[in-house]
Design a protein around this ligand. Structure first.
Ligand code: UD1
Length: 397
């Protein structure tokens, strides 16, 4: 603490946070707000925060759950099409008009709230809010979770006072004007995700057939589940359940069919299989229980797996923007910190998971290399950037 830390602040630090659409953009924003609040609170200073996002979105629910004030703005996703005429689809035309409407709404919010900083963590909704910050002359901090820049952040990086990125290899991809002041913070992971306990997972899931003598595989396809992963796992289940317990997060739409299939497996094997649509509050415990994770390679998941140090088999979503999930997965594979599968068939999956299940030393070594890529201090670093970008706010100012 320096001298300034003992000066009482005359007014609260004012933050507008924006970002959302998916967990990958929403949770880093939430984690940064929590950390900023804790930092200020520890010194007796207050935080006024407003989350600006899309109506009816994940971020609106997350903000409500956290007691954070929320204001919606119009936003639009521009769907790319090979044929330029198709770009003028009714949805695109509607969304194109939504963007300027969103900018106007956001500009009013920013000029009323007069934030010390606007923090944008990506997703389409961040564009109007980030542009409004720039129009109103408020410092904008942009955080990028993925190795490659998302579309929203490519636009906003030029308007930002500071750009925070999750990986060194993103810096050269930034617009020249942003490169010099860019800071590598890592991708913030929710504190609770790092505090799981394996024994609680078994109880919380009611996983009665869990065999503690065998390793546990956690299969996850993201909130909606991944059909491609579900099908490959289903095909190898008899083989897999001979060697491991399996927790399979498959998306709500696929639970019934997978349960029906599991019922056809011999009793003791079926008991070692726990299938669920979505893993909610018990996620930290499930991750703590997992010896091997089979997963998509979204940036949020990767940040969690590396912060925890988990052996992983990553199956990128081929259609992710700019193929960034493939990039994320390859990045870890090159470091021996994961196995990346550009495509998955039952044979390919068996060949990737088998050696990790057969050899605890091998998965421990991979987990250790994964941990070397984790940045458990990412939220702290991002908060440093936010505070340093606030040129108008000083304790007592
Ligand atoms: C389809 C798509 O556009 N994906 C993008 C989206 O990721 P998306 O949000 O889809 O995926 P991420 O891996 O980034 O985050 C998913 C989050 O949901 C959690 N989870 C998942 C399943 C579950 O049952 N319970 C649960 O809590 C995960 O632990 C994780 O915290 O934003 C990321 C960050 O910019 C990008 O890298 C991804 O490419």
């Amino acid at each position: 603490m320096n001298d300034v830390d003992h000066v009482p602040a005359e007014r609260a630090f004012r933050l507008i946070v924006t970002g959302g659409g998916t967990g990958g953009h929403t949770y880093p924003a939430l984690t940064a707000v929590r950390k900023l609040w804790a930092r200020l609170d520890a010194r007796g200073w207050a935080l006024d925060v407003l989350w600006v996002g899309a109506a009816g979105s994940l971020e609106s629910r997350v903000a409500a759950g956290e007691g954070i004030a929320f204001a919606p703005v119009a936003t639009g996703k521009i769907r790319r099409a090979r044929n330029p005429i198709r770009m003028l689809s009714p949805e695109n035309v509607r969304d194109m008009t939504n963007v300027p409407r969103g900018v106007l709404q956001a500009r009013e919010l920013v000029s009323d709230f007069t934030p010390d900083v606007v923090l944008a963590t990506g997703g389409y909704v961040a564009v109007p809010v980030g542009l409004a910050a720039w129009l109103c002359g408020r410092p904008l901090v942009v955080h990028e979770q993925t190795v490659r820049l998302g579309l929203a952040n490519r636009v906003l990086a030029r308007a930002a006072a500071r750009v925070a990125v999750s990986s060194e290899s993103t810096v050269p991809l930034l617009p020249e004007s942003a490169r010099e002041t860019a800071v590598v913070t890592g991708n913030p992971v929710r504190a609770e995700v790092l505090a799981g306990r394996p024994e609680r997972a078994v109880a919380a899931l009611g996983f009665r057939g869990h065999d503690p003598a065998l390793p546990t595989v956690y299969v996850t396809g993201g909130a909606q589940g991944a059909v491609q992963i579900n099908e490959a796992v289903r095909a190898v289940l008899p083989w897999l359940l001979e060697r491991a317990n399996v927790v399979h997060q498959c998306g709500e739409a696929h639970v019934a069919a997978l349960r029906e299939h599991a019922a056809t497996l011999p009793g003791p094997r079926a008991a070692r299989y726990h299938v669920t649509g979505f893993v909610g509050a018990e996620l930290p415990d499930v991750l703590a229980l997992a010896d091997v994770v089979v997963s998509r390679s979204g940036a949020g998941t990767i940040a969690e797996l590396t912060a925890l140090g988990k052996a992983a088999v990553l199956i990128p979503l081929a259609s992710s923007a700019g193929n960034e999930q493939a990039h994320n997965a390859r990045h870890l594979q090159d470091a021996g910190a994961a196995v990346a599968l550009p495509e998955v068939t039952p044979d390919i999956l068996r060949a990737a998971v088998g050696p990790l299940l057969a050899d605890p030393g091998r998965r421990a070594a991979m987990a250790e290399r994964a941990r070397a890529h984790g940045r458990p201090d990412a939220a702290d670093r991002l908060v440093d950037v936010v505070l340093s970008a606030a040129d108008g706010w000083r304790p007592g100012a």
